[in-house]
Design a protein. Structure first.
Length: 113
């Protein structure tokens, strides 16, 4: 009986670990912003709104980021989101895309085990 219970718990644990931890909502928002910025006729107002949604998403999930990453990672992520907002306010496509890549890298690092 103990063997069966042990095997059952092992199977449940393994199936629970088959998917990545998460962060898809961050990646989806980043991809939306990147697609908007990459267009020749960029709608900067919409891009700015998307960035504020990313900032709100960060604040809403900050506790998860604090549990998964170290202090430097989630603090730097917050700072780079602020820099991204500034780049979009200045309509600086190059720096905005660089910041998006940096943010994406931080999120990958935080959500990787």
């Amino acid at each position: 009986m103990k063997k069966v219970l042990f095997i059952l718990i092992g199977v449940i644990m393994l199936t629970g670990c088959s998917k990545p931890i998460g962060g898809d909502y961050f990646f989806n928002k980043i991809n939306t912003i990147d697609q908007n910025i990459a267009q020749q006729e960029t709608d900067w107002k919409k891009a700015k709104e998307e960035c504020f949604e990313l900032k709100n998403l960060y604040h809403k999930n900050e506790w998860k980021l604090q549990l998964l990453g170290d202090e430097g990672e989630y603090e730097d992520l917050r700072n780079h989101i602020a820099i991204l907002i500034t780049a979009i306010e200045e309509e600086d496509r190059l720096n905005a895309r660089i910041e998006l890549a940096t943010i994406k890298s931080f999120i990958k690092d935080i959500y990787s085990l």
